[in-house]
Every structure is written in C-alpha cells, then in structure tokens.
Design a protein around this ligand. Sequence first.
Ligand code: PLP
Length: 376
Amino acid sequence: MIYFDNAATTLPDKDILEEYNINSLKLFANSSSNHKLGLFSNIKLEEARKDILKTLNLKDHNLIFTSGATESINLALKGTAKKYQNRGKHIISVIDEHLAVKNALEALKNDGFEITYLNINNKGVISLEELKKSIRKDTILVSIMHINNELGSINDIKEISKLLKDYPKIIFHVDATQSIGKTSFNYNDVDLISFSGHKIHGLKNSGALIYKKKISFVPLNDGGGHEFNYRSGTVDVAKAISLASAIKKSYLDLDKNLNHVKELNNYLREKLNNRDDIIINSDINASPYIFNFSLKNKKASVVVEALSNLDVFVSSLSACSSKKNPYSYVVLALTNDINLASNTIRISFSKDNTKEEIDVFIKEFDNIMRNIHENR
Ligand code: PLP
C-alpha cells in the first residue's frame, strides 16, 4: 500500500503505541486522586506538560491536554470570545481556515459576534495589509492558521505577531495542526496554539491547547475542574505522555524529516510540472509535506477512487469536508474556479514515504488519466 494522506492522519509510531499501553496500566490511577497512586499519575502528567513546553521552547505559556485540535480550537475561540466580549465582539480569521475554526466562529455569530474573513492571495497566504485594514476598535480576537491543510501554504506568523503587538488587547490564536513537529517555528509571540498528536505519528484523540499564562478563557464544559478548570474530566495520563513523546520525536528528527520530505516534494513537482492536464495549486514555498493540484478536464473523485482500488491512498478533498462539500472552498478561494476546486488531489507526505512510491503513483495516475473520460 502507498499512503499519501498524512495531512488527514498518520500511522502511529509503534514505540508510541507500546509506551501508551505500558503507561495505561502503570498510570491508570486518577491524577486528581489524593492517594499515592493518584499523586504518581499527577507527577507524570505534569512532567508531560513541562516536556511539551520545553520541546517547543515556550516559557510564557501553559498547556492543557485536549482530545485534539478541534477541541482546542473550540475552547480557544469560544472560550476567549466569551471571556473578553466586554472589550468588543469582532473577530478576524481567514477564508481558508479548517472547518474546526470556521464553524466555531460561525457558532459565535449566534451570540452576537461579527466575523471578518480575510482573503488569500495566489500563493495561498493572507496579506498583512488586509489584516491591518480589517482591525477595528472592537476586534478582540484574530485566528490565523500557520500551515494550510489542503495547500500547505505558510502564513507569516512572525510578521502577523509583530503587527498585532500594536494592538495588545487583541488575542492571537494559531491553528498549528499542520505545523507542529514540521517546522522549527517558535510560537512565543502567539497567545493560543492548537494542535493534535495524530498528525505527527501520535495517537488519535490526543492534542493540546497552549496559552499565554496572562490570558484566560471560559471552559466549554462544567465539571470537576481538571486541567486548571479549563477542561473538566478525568485526564488520560498515558495519552498525555504519548503526546509529549510524539512531539519530542518529531522535533528531534525535524530537519532530517523535513529534508527527506522536501526531496519527495521536489521529485513529485518535477514529474507533474509542465503537464497540460493539471494545474499545481501548492506554491513552490509551501510546506513540503503537502502537494495539491487540480485536474483540468477529469473528475478527481474518479481518479482518487481508482487509485484507492490499487491501494494508493491520496485525498480529493480534506477528510473533514469531503463528505459534505463537493468542492474545496480552499482551492476555490485560491483559484476562483469551481471546476478546479471540484477536482483537487492532495498528496501529503510523511517521513516514511519514498521516491519509489512516487514512481508507482505517477505510473498508476498516468494509466488512470489515459483511461477515464473527460469531465464535461
Ligand atoms: N486544523 C487543521 C489545519 C487540520 O488539518 C485539522 C485536521 O485535519 C484540524 C484542525 C482538526 O484536527 P482534529 O481532527 O485532530 O481535531
């Protein structure tokens, strides 16, 4: 099998799974219990928390463990919007954000919040000018993804943070789900950072919300007050440790993995360049982990299914929107072309992919393209 859908999720590393199993038995006690076993779980939980902040080199932040980016994002956006709504009810985000962000913000409209969505340019990134122009007196929150999950385009978080420093009352949230463990970027100037473990060979339903110690937010759930009152519910200590391990591993091997994936990406781009039946959507400066293109005259869904029947797994739309929307709102925002947006293919790499797999993909892709009918 050839698995090129690593932006949707990755295969968990065996050692992380094994460690999780061992710790699930060893650290089963409730980390809030006052007996020796509970206290031991709690020590290990706090170690995992510190480990992650240390790996990410964040000194002004704290962290809570969540079930993943979707929960972190909801908590970050709804929690801070509600906490700081007396300052204003205007929020800025971007048209190509993941549905976890967009739908959390859309839900806030029911509470009277107003959302401005910035556009993306032909490289798939926002313009600082447009961001600056969109800021109002009542803007309380800006949410901008670091790396887009469909295109791999990379927003300049450093410059955005610099710009937002002139507006100290605005809280800055970054969806770092596709960037944690894949770039060496330091998030010290960002107020809130959301991500999942399963995109970096960790476990499903593991993730965290990192927040500047000076800010606070309203929890989504009421309960026993775990995780500093922000996320009630018994903590899966073994999973928290698995997240710390996945993060540590990904940063230890960051350069090696990045160089490997860059090579794969360049190789694929060379193979697909100058074809007149496709358009490459991912900019040359995008994250090498993600490569997106559109078919000009054939149905991407047919090609993806034919590849899948050969055990070659790519995606036509991001996993979260493919069942509901027949087109990619991200590629539509980039190209303004509904045909291209309806026929996108995303190849997303991991450290484990090889050039030989790309050769097989190209061979099968060519075959399929030759043998299927035109779209229109
Ligand atoms: N944000 C981005 C950019 C993503 O790529 C994803 C998952 O695809 C999410 C948020 C949601 O992550 P999860 O499904 O782990 O909650």
